[in-house]
Design a protein around this ligand. Structure first.
Ligand SMILES: NC(=O)c1ccc[n+]([C@@H]2O[C@H](COP(=O)([O-])OP(=O)(O)OC[C@H]3O[C@@H](n4cnc5c(N)ncnc54)[C@H](OP(=O)(O)O)[C@@H]3O)[C@@H](O)[C@H]2O)c1
Length: 244
């Protein structure tokens, strides 16, 4: 398996990568921080990866995406699967006050996924096999006053990936959308934890299984499907008065 991972130093992505490493996968890891990339690559070799290569890139540079993908495919000697996992939680209040901050957060969590998906969809459509997996979020299921910049970017990713899935289903390519709930990772390090928090290892394992099976939409852990069903169905006139 030749697997390319965007945001590979994410705690969730790294746990997913470990599962693939144990199966002897060939991995190419992309993120910004070169030291973390090197440490993760060493760890994945210990876990059994056949090979691990790294590329450092800021994925907010949308114009670099095509050459980044082409270079990755050249280094891997092909491509079987991709995991898109990078993200930032940002600060809603800062994005409300500063349009540039809002645009940067929306680019990281939304637009950058769409440009990557556009290039990758064309590649996999020609290849007529493979798997693309994106990590969206339960936050994308409904606009909330406390988190709508991140949430709307993730909602856009969910819709966009759904469209790519329908397009590529005709040529046998799987597009998997993962919607995690709260996960205990560096992204949520500053948030107060509660019983709903999952550990990145269990979410990573779930993503690995979903990619192998070519599932469509996966809530991780599964109970978020029920939580979000309730949240989506609260009438707007009531929902807008909540602090959720
Ligand atoms: N944790 C949660 O509760 C939760 C819930 C729902 C969904 N998710 C989603 O799950 C995914 C993984 O989250 P996580 O919690 O595992 O995150 P994490 O551990 O905080 O890691 C985030 C990753 O994103 C990368 N990244 C951020 N901005 C980037 C940029 N401009 N260019 C390149 N790489 C960039 C970081 O790389 P560098 O360190 O190199 O910058 C890092 O690898 C994200 O899409 C997140 O939105 C997380």
């Amino acid at each position: 398996m030749k697997l390319l991972i965007f945001g590979a130093t994410s705690a969730i992505a790294h746990e997913t990568a470990r599962c693939f490493a144990m199966q002897g996968a060939e991995l190419l890891l992309i993120a910004r921080n070169t030291e973390k990339l090197a440490a993760n690559a060493a760890d994945l070799k210990v876990y059994g990866a056949k090979s691990v290569d790294t590329l450092s890139a800021d994925l907010n540079d949308l114009d670099s995406h095509l050459s980044l993908i082409e270079e990755s495919i050249r280094r891997l000697g092909g491509l079987d699967a991709v995991l898109i996992a990078h993200g930032t939680l940002g600060e809603q209040k800062r994005s409300e006050a500063d349009v540039q901050d809002m645009l940067r957060e929306f680019t990281t969590n939304g637009l950058s996924y769409m440009t990557l998906l556009t290039h990758l969809a064309n590649y996999f459509e020609q290849q007529r096999r493979g798997t693309i997996c994106v990590i969206s979020s339960v936050a994308g299921d409904r606009g909330r006053g406390s988190n709508y910049v991140y949430g709307s970017a993730k909602g856009a990713v969910t819709l966009f990936a759904g469209g790519v899935r329908s397009r590529l289903a005709k040529v046998g390519v799987n597009v998997v959308t993962i919607k995690p709930g709260f996960v205990d990772t560096p992204m949520t390090a500053n948030l107060k934890k509660n019983l709903l928090y999952a550990d990145p290892k269990s979410v990573g394992k779930r993503i690995h299984a979903a990619m192998l099976k070519g599932e469509d939409i996966v809530y991780a852990p599964f109970f978020w499907m029920f939580i979000m069903m309730i949240i989506r169905n609260i009438p707007e006139r009531i929902f807008k008065k909540t602090k959720i």
